[in-house]
Design a protein around this ligand. Sequence first.
Ligand SMILES: Nc1nc2c(c(=O)[nH]1)N[C@H]1C(S)=C(S)[C@@H](COP(=O)(O)O)O[C@H]1N2
Ligand SMILES: [Mo]
Length: 309
Amino acid sequence: MLIRVGTDRPVASSDITPRSLWLRRREFLAAGAGLGLGLAGFGARAATSPYSTDEKPNSRADITSYNNFYEFGTDKSDPAAKAGRLKTKPWTLRIDGLVEKPADYALEDFLKPFSMEERIYRMRCVEGWSMVIPWLGFPLAEAIKRAQPQAGAKYVAFETLVRPEEMPGQRSFPKIIPWPYREGLRLDEAMHPLTLLATGLYGEPLPNQNGAPLRLVVPWKYGFKGIKSIVRMTLVAEQPKTSWNMIAPDEYGFYANVNPGVDHPRWSQATERRIGEGGLFAKRRPTLMFNGYESVASLYSGMDLRANY
Ligand SMILES: Nc1nc2c(c(=O)[nH]1)N[C@H]1C(S)=C(S)[C@@H](COP(=O)(O)O)O[C@H]1N2
Ligand SMILES: [Mo]
């Protein structure tokens, strides 16, 4: 078990409690691992991964109060205010399409074979802001392997829950998005070890506004690829339709790789504002190619990333 304890990160006295608790629990877990203790409970088995950044995570307050989740409204504050009513238990996940083992899983059964690990990832929204989020999850690749893709499977299509009774954004008219929210990955992107299915953050189950009970995290792509509250994953032969690409194809592509050299038609993508680095004079940070996850470059060798934005 590989655990890196965040002792390099000073805990400010102004820091809110959940984050300090999380840091202390990590030290405790590291000690427990050294003694070979098996610790029970949510997140207790989570090891920190070498894929994690050592940048300082955003506060839990930032991560859970500044959200995009249009099923609950278009303001950043809407998901935190309105997602509490979403019922995430029971939850059924369908895996179908070009697989040997299609199934409707109760979420607990789906998750049973996988062990959760912590992944501290940068997240860059296409709107020009970013955060650092300590996810709990496991590689999507493991779930795909279990489903046994057929030779013809080239992409994975994802869908979010449709439940207007609990999702006020799905009741608004005219529709902002043709529900369900849809996303997709090429199969090799889906199988990349950085690509995560997340069930938690800061060592606890995902808050509803962050996409409970199960969401996708693809850290080298713009945040909108990280579809929340997933109910279906379908292996398909052709590139699937994806929500933002359907709404504004000139502005949001299928690939959506973070790329400081390819601007959005209405704004530059060269820099970003890190949430939490407040103040009128906070300097914008330079945006990094593939959001700094350069190991993915080989997935796109020979591709024109300006044409395939
Ligand atoms: N179902 C669904 N998933 C979604 C969205 C959404 O509106 N609906 N917004 C996306 C966008 S634009 C971003 S930036 C991230 C935000 O994730 P966070 O709120 O957990 O930071 O979720 C993505 N996943
Ligand atoms: Mo976003």
